[in-house]
Design a protein around this ligand. Structure first.
Ligand SMILES: *Cc1c(COP(=O)(O)O)cnc(C)c1O
Length: 362
Protein backbone atom coordinates (compact mmCIF):
# COMPACT_ATOMS: atom_id res chain seq x y z
CA UNK A 1 0.00 0.00 0.00
CA UNK A 2 1.10 3.55 -0.61
CA UNK A 3 -0.29 6.93 0.32
CA UNK A 4 -3.88 6.85 -0.86
CA UNK A 5 -4.23 10.47 -1.93
CA UNK A 6 -5.60 10.51 -5.46
CA UNK A 7 -7.79 12.27 -7.96
CA UNK A 8 -10.33 10.01 -9.61
CA UNK A 9 -11.40 11.34 -13.02
CA UNK A 10 -14.76 10.24 -14.40
CA UNK A 11 -14.62 10.24 -18.20
CA UNK A 12 -18.34 9.45 -18.41
CA UNK A 13 -19.08 12.62 -16.45
CA UNK A 14 -16.98 14.66 -18.89
CA UNK A 15 -18.92 13.25 -21.84
CA UNK A 16 -22.21 13.91 -20.03
CA UNK A 17 -21.26 17.53 -19.40
CA UNK A 18 -20.32 18.01 -23.06
CA UNK A 19 -23.76 16.66 -24.01
CA UNK A 20 -25.30 19.18 -21.59
CA UNK A 21 -23.47 21.98 -23.41
CA UNK A 22 -24.90 20.76 -26.72
CA UNK A 23 -28.42 20.60 -25.23
CA UNK A 24 -28.12 24.16 -23.93
CA UNK A 25 -26.56 25.57 -27.12
CA UNK A 26 -27.96 23.35 -29.87
CA UNK A 27 -27.12 25.68 -32.74
CA UNK A 28 -23.54 26.39 -31.69
CA UNK A 29 -20.29 24.57 -32.21
CA UNK A 30 -18.37 23.75 -29.03
CA UNK A 31 -14.84 24.86 -28.29
CA UNK A 32 -13.93 22.82 -25.18
CA UNK A 33 -11.65 24.86 -22.93
CA UNK A 34 -8.93 22.56 -21.58
CA UNK A 35 -6.35 25.10 -20.44
CA UNK A 36 -4.45 24.67 -17.14
CA UNK A 37 -4.16 20.91 -17.58
CA UNK A 38 -7.91 20.71 -18.24
CA UNK A 39 -8.67 22.68 -15.07
CA UNK A 40 -6.49 20.26 -13.11
CA UNK A 41 -8.14 17.09 -14.46
CA UNK A 42 -5.29 15.94 -16.73
CA UNK A 43 -5.15 17.30 -20.26
CA UNK A 44 -4.63 14.03 -22.13
CA UNK A 45 -7.44 12.34 -20.19
CA UNK A 46 -9.84 15.20 -20.75
CA UNK A 47 -9.01 15.50 -24.45
CA UNK A 48 -9.77 11.81 -24.87
CA UNK A 49 -13.21 12.12 -23.26
CA UNK A 50 -13.96 15.42 -25.03
CA UNK A 51 -12.71 14.33 -28.46
CA UNK A 52 -16.23 14.93 -29.78
CA UNK A 53 -15.84 18.69 -29.29
CA UNK A 54 -15.63 20.80 -32.46
CA UNK A 55 -12.40 22.39 -31.20
CA UNK A 56 -10.20 22.68 -28.13
CA UNK A 57 -9.02 25.91 -26.53
CA UNK A 58 -5.81 26.26 -24.51
CA UNK A 59 -3.72 29.07 -23.04
CA UNK A 60 -0.40 28.15 -24.64
CA UNK A 61 1.35 26.15 -27.32
CA UNK A 62 2.72 23.54 -24.87
CA UNK A 63 -0.84 22.55 -24.04
CA UNK A 64 -1.69 22.29 -27.73
CA UNK A 65 1.28 19.99 -28.22
CA UNK A 66 0.01 17.64 -25.50
CA UNK A 67 -3.27 17.32 -27.38
CA UNK A 68 -1.61 16.77 -30.76
CA UNK A 69 0.80 14.19 -29.34
CA UNK A 70 -2.19 12.32 -27.95
CA UNK A 71 -3.33 11.98 -31.55
CA UNK A 72 -6.24 14.45 -31.76
CA UNK A 73 -6.71 16.50 -34.91
CA UNK A 74 -9.53 18.77 -33.72
CA UNK A 75 -8.83 22.46 -34.29
CA UNK A 76 -6.98 23.97 -31.30
CA UNK A 77 -7.32 27.66 -30.46
CA UNK A 78 -4.55 29.47 -28.55
CA UNK A 79 -6.66 31.80 -26.40
CA UNK A 80 -3.85 34.29 -25.81
CA UNK A 81 -2.40 33.90 -29.29
CA UNK A 82 1.37 33.70 -29.72
CA UNK A 83 4.03 35.54 -27.78
CA UNK A 84 6.71 35.88 -30.46
CA UNK A 85 7.81 35.22 -34.01
CA UNK A 86 9.22 31.77 -33.48
CA UNK A 87 6.11 30.69 -31.70
CA UNK A 88 4.05 31.83 -34.64
CA UNK A 89 5.95 29.40 -36.86
CA UNK A 90 5.52 26.62 -34.33
CA UNK A 91 1.81 27.35 -33.92
CA UNK A 92 1.44 26.91 -37.67
CA UNK A 93 3.46 23.69 -37.65
CA UNK A 94 1.31 22.28 -34.88
CA UNK A 95 -1.79 23.31 -36.78
CA UNK A 96 -3.18 25.72 -34.21
CA UNK A 97 -5.57 28.63 -34.59
CA UNK A 98 -4.70 31.96 -33.00
CA UNK A 99 -6.46 34.62 -31.07
CA UNK A 100 -5.10 38.00 -32.14
CA UNK A 101 -5.75 40.44 -29.33
CA UNK A 102 -3.11 43.13 -29.69
CA UNK A 103 -1.26 45.26 -32.20
CA UNK A 104 2.05 43.42 -31.64
CA UNK A 105 0.45 40.12 -32.66
CA UNK A 106 -1.16 41.74 -35.68
CA UNK A 107 2.25 43.08 -36.79
CA UNK A 108 3.84 39.63 -36.29
CA UNK A 109 1.27 38.13 -38.62
CA UNK A 110 1.59 40.89 -41.21
CA UNK A 111 5.39 40.49 -41.29
CA UNK A 112 5.52 36.71 -41.28
CA UNK A 113 6.43 34.56 -44.27
CA UNK A 114 4.74 31.42 -43.05
CA UNK A 115 4.56 28.57 -45.51
CA UNK A 116 1.35 27.49 -43.85
CA UNK A 117 -1.69 29.66 -43.16
CA UNK A 118 -3.42 29.63 -39.79
CA UNK A 119 -6.96 30.32 -38.64
CA UNK A 120 -7.39 33.57 -36.71
CA UNK A 121 -9.89 34.84 -34.17
CA UNK A 122 -9.91 38.60 -33.82
CA UNK A 123 -10.50 39.39 -30.16
CA UNK A 124 -12.71 42.35 -29.36
CA UNK A 125 -12.49 44.03 -25.96
CA UNK A 126 -16.14 44.73 -25.17
CA UNK A 127 -15.56 45.83 -21.57
CA UNK A 128 -13.60 43.09 -19.82
CA UNK A 129 -10.55 45.34 -20.31
CA UNK A 130 -8.05 42.53 -20.38
CA UNK A 131 -7.33 41.36 -23.91
CA UNK A 132 -8.64 42.56 -27.26
CA UNK A 133 -8.91 45.44 -29.69
CA UNK A 134 -11.13 48.28 -28.60
CA UNK A 135 -14.32 48.46 -30.68
CA UNK A 136 -13.06 51.54 -32.54
CA UNK A 137 -9.90 49.68 -33.61
CA UNK A 138 -11.76 46.62 -34.89
CA UNK A 139 -12.52 47.71 -38.50
CA UNK A 140 -8.86 48.53 -39.18
CA UNK A 141 -7.56 45.32 -37.56
CA UNK A 142 -10.12 43.36 -39.54
CA UNK A 143 -9.01 44.94 -42.82
CA UNK A 144 -5.33 44.27 -42.13
CA UNK A 145 -5.89 40.65 -41.07
CA UNK A 146 -8.06 40.06 -44.13
CA UNK A 147 -5.12 41.05 -46.32
CA UNK A 148 -2.43 39.17 -44.37
CA UNK A 149 -1.10 36.16 -46.29
CA UNK A 150 -0.53 34.09 -43.13
CA UNK A 151 -4.23 34.15 -42.27
CA UNK A 152 -6.40 31.31 -43.44
CA UNK A 153 -9.88 32.63 -44.21
CA UNK A 154 -12.48 32.94 -42.89
CA UNK A 155 -11.53 35.35 -40.15
CA UNK A 156 -13.65 35.07 -36.99
CA UNK A 157 -14.58 37.19 -33.96
CA UNK A 158 -14.23 36.44 -30.27
CA UNK A 159 -14.98 38.34 -27.05
CA UNK A 160 -15.16 37.44 -23.37
CA UNK A 161 -17.64 38.28 -20.59
CA UNK A 162 -16.67 39.91 -17.31
CA UNK A 163 -19.81 39.23 -15.26
CA UNK A 164 -21.94 36.60 -17.01
CA UNK A 165 -22.16 34.69 -13.71
CA UNK A 166 -24.31 37.50 -12.30
CA UNK A 167 -27.57 36.80 -14.04
CA UNK A 168 -29.00 40.30 -13.80
CA UNK A 169 -25.83 42.33 -14.23
CA UNK A 170 -26.40 44.93 -17.00
CA UNK A 171 -22.70 44.71 -17.90
CA UNK A 172 -23.41 41.58 -19.94
CA UNK A 173 -26.03 43.34 -22.04
CA UNK A 174 -23.65 46.28 -22.52
CA UNK A 175 -20.91 43.90 -23.69
CA UNK A 176 -23.27 42.22 -26.17
CA UNK A 177 -24.23 45.64 -27.55
CA UNK A 178 -20.60 46.70 -27.85
CA UNK A 179 -19.82 43.45 -29.69
CA UNK A 180 -22.70 43.96 -32.12
CA UNK A 181 -21.61 47.54 -32.81
CA UNK A 182 -17.92 46.68 -33.24
CA UNK A 183 -18.56 43.82 -35.67
CA UNK A 184 -21.50 45.36 -37.51
CA UNK A 185 -21.63 44.58 -41.22
CA UNK A 186 -18.69 42.17 -41.05
CA UNK A 187 -19.69 38.69 -42.11
CA UNK A 188 -17.99 36.21 -39.78
CA UNK A 189 -18.52 33.51 -37.20
CA UNK A 190 -18.64 34.78 -33.63
CA UNK A 191 -17.82 33.36 -30.21
CA UNK A 192 -18.61 34.94 -26.85
CA UNK A 193 -20.14 32.57 -24.28
CA UNK A 194 -18.23 30.95 -21.40
CA UNK A 195 -19.97 28.49 -19.05
CA UNK A 196 -21.96 31.13 -17.19
CA UNK A 197 -23.24 32.62 -20.45
CA UNK A 198 -24.05 29.18 -21.89
CA UNK A 199 -26.25 28.56 -18.84
CA UNK A 200 -27.69 32.03 -18.27
CA UNK A 201 -27.46 34.10 -21.49
CA UNK A 202 -28.83 32.16 -24.48
CA UNK A 203 -28.64 35.26 -26.70
CA UNK A 204 -24.87 35.15 -26.35
CA UNK A 205 -24.31 31.69 -27.82
CA UNK A 206 -23.58 32.78 -31.43
CA UNK A 207 -21.69 30.30 -33.66
CA UNK A 208 -19.23 28.90 -31.11
CA UNK A 209 -19.56 28.48 -27.33
CA UNK A 210 -16.50 28.11 -25.07
CA UNK A 211 -17.34 26.03 -21.98
CA UNK A 212 -14.68 25.45 -19.34
CA UNK A 213 -15.87 25.01 -15.75
CA UNK A 214 -19.18 23.36 -16.67
CA UNK A 215 -17.37 20.59 -18.59
CA UNK A 216 -15.77 19.60 -15.30
CA UNK A 217 -19.10 19.75 -13.47
CA UNK A 218 -18.29 22.94 -11.56
CA UNK A 219 -20.89 25.66 -11.41
CA UNK A 220 -19.84 29.11 -12.62
CA UNK A 221 -22.38 30.65 -10.22
CA UNK A 222 -21.39 31.56 -6.66
CA UNK A 223 -24.61 30.30 -5.08
CA UNK A 224 -25.21 27.09 -7.04
CA UNK A 225 -23.61 23.71 -7.57
CA UNK A 226 -23.07 22.06 -10.94
CA UNK A 227 -25.52 19.32 -10.02
CA UNK A 228 -28.34 21.88 -9.86
CA UNK A 229 -27.79 22.47 -13.58
CA UNK A 230 -27.56 18.73 -14.31
CA UNK A 231 -23.78 18.79 -14.54
CA UNK A 232 -21.78 15.90 -13.10
CA UNK A 233 -18.63 16.47 -11.05
CA UNK A 234 -15.70 14.90 -12.87
CA UNK A 235 -13.11 14.80 -10.08
CA UNK A 236 -13.25 12.94 -6.78
CA UNK A 237 -10.41 13.94 -4.48
CA UNK A 238 -9.92 10.94 -2.24
CA UNK A 239 -7.66 9.59 0.45
CA UNK A 240 -7.90 7.43 3.59
CA UNK A 241 -7.67 7.58 7.37
CA UNK A 242 -4.11 6.91 8.49
CA UNK A 243 -4.74 7.21 12.24
CA UNK A 244 -7.68 7.00 14.64
CA UNK A 245 -7.15 8.06 18.22
CA UNK A 246 -8.81 9.00 21.48
CA UNK A 247 -8.53 12.57 22.62
CA UNK A 248 -9.17 13.59 26.25
CA UNK A 249 -11.24 16.63 27.05
CA UNK A 250 -9.00 19.73 26.90
CA UNK A 251 -6.29 18.20 24.65
CA UNK A 252 -5.49 20.13 21.51
CA UNK A 253 -4.80 19.05 17.95
CA UNK A 254 -2.12 19.93 15.43
CA UNK A 255 -0.18 23.13 14.70
CA UNK A 256 -1.01 25.98 17.03
CA UNK A 257 -3.32 23.72 19.02
CA UNK A 258 -6.13 25.35 17.08
CA UNK A 259 -8.72 22.77 18.12
CA UNK A 260 -9.32 21.78 21.73
CA UNK A 261 -11.41 18.70 22.51
CA UNK A 262 -14.63 19.82 24.26
CA UNK A 263 -15.01 16.29 25.70
CA UNK A 264 -13.36 12.88 25.41
CA UNK A 265 -13.66 12.07 21.73
CA UNK A 266 -12.41 10.10 18.72
CA UNK A 267 -10.20 11.89 16.23
CA UNK A 268 -9.18 10.77 12.75
CA UNK A 269 -6.18 11.82 10.68
CA UNK A 270 -6.57 11.74 6.89
CA UNK A 271 -3.65 11.77 4.44
CA UNK A 272 -4.41 14.97 2.55
CA UNK A 273 -3.19 18.52 3.05
CA UNK A 274 -2.25 21.68 1.23
CA UNK A 275 0.69 19.80 -0.29
CA UNK A 276 -1.95 17.93 -2.28
CA UNK A 277 -4.06 20.97 -3.06
CA UNK A 278 -6.48 20.79 -0.13
CA UNK A 279 -7.11 24.45 0.79
CA UNK A 280 -5.13 25.57 3.82
CA UNK A 281 -7.81 28.12 4.63
CA UNK A 282 -10.56 25.52 5.09
CA UNK A 283 -11.73 26.28 8.64
CA UNK A 284 -12.81 23.92 11.41
CA UNK A 285 -16.22 22.61 10.46
CA UNK A 286 -15.49 22.18 6.75
CA UNK A 287 -17.20 18.91 5.77
CA UNK A 288 -15.22 15.82 4.77
CA UNK A 289 -16.66 12.41 3.90
CA UNK A 290 -15.47 9.35 5.81
CA UNK A 291 -17.06 6.11 4.60
CA UNK A 292 -19.58 8.31 2.81
CA UNK A 293 -20.61 10.16 5.96
CA UNK A 294 -20.02 13.86 6.60
CA UNK A 295 -17.69 14.74 9.47
CA UNK A 296 -16.17 18.12 10.33
CA UNK A 297 -12.53 19.03 9.81
CA UNK A 298 -10.90 20.33 13.01
CA UNK A 299 -7.80 22.41 13.58
CA UNK A 300 -5.37 23.64 10.94
CA UNK A 301 -4.88 22.03 7.58
CA UNK A 302 -1.25 20.85 7.38
CA UNK A 303 0.87 20.03 4.34
CA UNK A 304 0.17 16.30 4.41
CA UNK A 305 -2.72 15.82 6.81
CA UNK A 306 -6.03 17.01 8.14
CA UNK A 307 -7.69 16.13 11.44
CA UNK A 308 -11.33 15.05 11.61
CA UNK A 309 -13.87 14.99 14.41
CA UNK A 310 -15.16 11.41 14.29
CA UNK A 311 -17.65 11.64 17.15
CA UNK A 312 -20.53 10.97 14.79
CA UNK A 313 -19.01 7.92 13.14
CA UNK A 314 -19.51 4.28 14.12
CA UNK A 315 -16.27 2.24 14.54
CA UNK A 316 -13.89 4.25 12.35
CA UNK A 317 -10.67 2.47 11.40
CA UNK A 318 -7.37 3.14 9.68
CA UNK A 319 -7.87 2.68 5.95
CA UNK A 320 -11.44 3.98 5.86
CA UNK A 321 -12.02 5.91 2.62
CA UNK A 322 -12.06 9.69 2.84
CA UNK A 323 -13.37 12.11 0.19
CA UNK A 324 -12.39 15.79 0.19
CA UNK A 325 -14.69 16.64 -2.73
CA UNK A 326 -16.57 14.75 -5.40
CA UNK A 327 -20.09 13.88 -6.54
CA UNK A 328 -21.28 13.34 -2.94
CA UNK A 329 -19.54 16.45 -1.57
CA UNK A 330 -19.62 19.38 -4.01
CA UNK A 331 -16.30 21.12 -4.59
CA UNK A 332 -18.37 24.33 -4.62
CA UNK A 333 -19.17 23.77 -0.93
CA UNK A 334 -15.53 23.24 0.01
CA UNK A 335 -14.48 26.28 -2.00
CA UNK A 336 -17.08 28.44 -0.27
CA UNK A 337 -15.92 27.25 3.16
CA UNK A 338 -12.31 28.07 2.24
CA UNK A 339 -13.13 31.48 0.77
CA UNK A 340 -12.25 30.61 -2.81
CA UNK A 341 -13.83 29.31 -6.02
CA UNK A 342 -14.05 25.69 -7.16
CA UNK A 343 -11.75 26.28 -10.13
CA UNK A 344 -8.88 27.25 -7.83
CA UNK A 345 -9.24 23.97 -5.96
CA UNK A 346 -9.48 21.89 -9.14
CA UNK A 347 -6.50 23.63 -10.80
CA UNK A 348 -4.55 23.45 -7.56
CA UNK A 349 -4.27 19.67 -7.28
CA UNK A 350 -0.53 19.09 -6.99
CA UNK A 351 1.88 16.86 -8.81
CA UNK A 352 2.23 14.20 -6.13
CA UNK A 353 -1.47 13.33 -6.31
CA UNK A 354 -2.07 10.12 -8.26
CA UNK A 355 -4.61 10.28 -11.05
CA UNK A 356 -6.83 7.39 -11.93
CA UNK A 357 -9.79 6.97 -14.22
CA UNK A 358 -13.32 5.64 -14.01
CA UNK A 359 -15.90 5.68 -16.74
CA UNK A 360 -19.41 5.74 -15.34
CA UNK A 361 -21.83 5.30 -18.18
CA UNK A 362 -25.09 7.17 -17.78
C1 LIG B 1 -11.10 30.17 -19.54
C2 LIG B 1 -11.86 30.75 -20.68
C3 LIG B 1 -13.14 30.28 -21.02
C4 LIG B 1 -13.90 29.26 -20.19
O1 LIG B 1 -14.44 29.89 -19.07
P1 LIG B 1 -15.37 29.14 -18.00
O2 LIG B 1 -15.91 30.23 -17.17
O3 LIG B 1 -14.50 28.20 -17.24
O4 LIG B 1 -16.41 28.43 -18.79
C5 LIG B 1 -13.73 30.80 -22.15
N1 LIG B 1 -13.11 31.76 -22.89
C6 LIG B 1 -11.90 32.25 -22.57
C7 LIG B 1 -11.28 33.29 -23.42
C8 LIG B 1 -11.24 31.77 -21.45
O5 LIG B 1 -10.04 32.27 -21.13
Amino acid sequence: MSRATGALIDLGALRHNLRRVRELAPRSKVMAVVKANAYGHGLALAAQALAGADAFAVAGLEEAQVIRRAGHDNPIVLLEGVFGEQELDEAAQWNCELVVHDEYQLKLIEKSHLRKELGVWLKVDTGMNRLGFSPSAVPDAWKRLSKAKAVKPPLRFMSHFASADEVSNPKTVAQLEAFAAATKGLEAERSFANSAAILAWPHSHFDWVRPGSMLYGASPFATRTGAEDDLRPVMTMETALIAVKKLRKGESVGYGGAFVAPEDMTLGIAAIGYGDGYPRHAPSGTPVLVKGQRVPLVGRVAMDMIALDLRGLRSPAVGDPVVAWGPELPVEEIARAAGTIPLELLCGVTQRVKYSVVDTKK
